[in-house]
Design a protein around this ligand. Sequence first.
Ligand code: EPU
Length: 430
Amino acid sequence: MAKIVVHGGSPLQGEVKASGSKNGTLPLLAAAMLIEGETILENVPIIQDVLTMVEMIEALGAKCKWLAPGTLRIDATSLAKSVAPYELVRRMRGSFYVAGALLARFGEAEVPLPGGCVIGSRPVDYHLMGFRALGADIHEDHGIMHASADRLRGARVYLDPRYRSVGATINIMLAACVAEGTTIIENASREPEVVACEEFLSSAGAKIQGIGAATLVIDGIKRLHGARCRAIPDRMEAGTYLIAGALTGGDFTVTDVRPDHMHAVIEKLQEAGFVIHNHGTALRVVGGRRPRAIDVTTAPYPGFPTDLQPNFGVVASVADGTSVIEETIFESRYNYADELARMGANIRVVGRAAIVRGVETLFGAPVEATDIRAGSALVLAGLIADGVTEIDGADFLDRGYEDIVTKLAGAGARIELVGRARPEAAQCSS
Ligand code: EPU
C-alpha cells in the first residue's frame, strides 16, 4: 500500500482549484445508464471511485470514452447486462446506484449487497423498500439482491426523516423517472449532489417537480434523451483545503467552489476564529491564530456534513478549549481518533460523541487511514504536526481526493506520495 509522508509546519499559500465532486459524479454516471444516447460529463474528477464506477458501467455494456481530462462521453445505448459484478460493487458503496438504473432500464437487476463498512453498518433497506413500493419483487440470496418488475409503477415512498438517505433518494429517483405514473418521494435528501442529479435527469427529459426540496414528485416517462452536465465542485475537498489553509496559518484561496453549498462549514470555521473571504466562486482563508473550541453536530444538508466531521476533529484537537463533536449519521466515524491520539491529540469517544480537549501541538507519527475522510483528517494533522507523519492507506485518499499530494505541494506543503503513481483516466478509456 502507498504511503503519504508529510513534514509539518509549512503554511499554505496561493490557491488551489477544487475538483468536481466525487459524490456528485457517481449518481450522474448511474443516471447516464438510463439514457439511450450520448451523455457528456464535464469536470469529472480522476479519482479511484469514479474510475471504478466507469469500469462498472462499461462492464454492463455502456461505451465510455475520455474526450479530455475530466470530460467523459458515455453512450449507454448498448447497455446489455443486468448483473453487476461483485468484484466492482465490493470496492465502494456508491456502485449500488446501478441497482436503480438497471431496474429502470431492464426491469431487472442482480446486484451484490454492499455490506457494512468501517464507518458504520450502512444497510440498503430504504433503497429496497423504495424499489418494492414501485412494484419490484425483491429477494436476497447469498448476499445478492435480485430485483424484477414487469413494469415499475409510480408510488408514494416515505424515507426516514432522521437521515433523508442520499443513496436511497438517488436509487428510487432513477427507477421512478421511467416508471408508469407518478412517484412521490417524501423526506428526500437535499444534499447538493442529489440536487445536481435531479437537474441532470431533468435536462435529459425527466419530469421532476420539487428539485432541491424534501418532497419530489416524479412523473415517469418512457425514455430519457442524451444530455450534457458539469459536475458540481467538491464541497468536501474544498472544505479540507480551507481547513488546511486555516490551521497551517496560511493565506490560501480555494477556487472553483460553490460557497452556497458550504454555509455550515464556513460558519464553523468562522466560529473557530478564522477569517473567510467569499469571492463568489472562490473562498480565501487567512489563518495564523489558534482556533477557538467549537461544537459540531453532523446532520443531513443543510446541516454540518458528516464527511467533514473527521477534519473538524483535527481543528478541535489543536483548539483552545474543549470541543464536543456529535456524529448523528454514521455510528463508527471516529476511527481517526485513535490515530490522532498517537499524534498527541486528547480525544475521548463516548458513543456517538467525541470530547476533544485541545492541545497546543500535535507530533508527527506513523498513522493509518482507514477510510477516505479519516485519511484527509490525518493529512491535515500531518500538515500542522511537529516532525514527520507517515500515513499508511494512501489508497483511500486516491478514492476521493484528486491529486491531493500535488495540490498541497503546489501550495507549499512538504508532502509526498511514496510507493505508487496517482490513478490515470486512461486506465478506463475505451
Ligand atoms: N441508511 C439506512 N438504510 C438505508 C440507507 C441509509 O439505515 O437503506 C442510514 C445509513 O446507515 C446512515 C444514514 O441512513 O446512517 C444516511 O445514509 P445515506 O444513505 O444518506 O448515505 P449514503 O448514500 O450511503 C452518501 C455518501 C457518503 C456520505 C453520506 C451522508 C456517496 C457515494 N456516499 O452515502 O459519503 O457520508 O451520503 O452524506 O454519495 C464519503 O464520501 O466519504 C462518504 C461516506
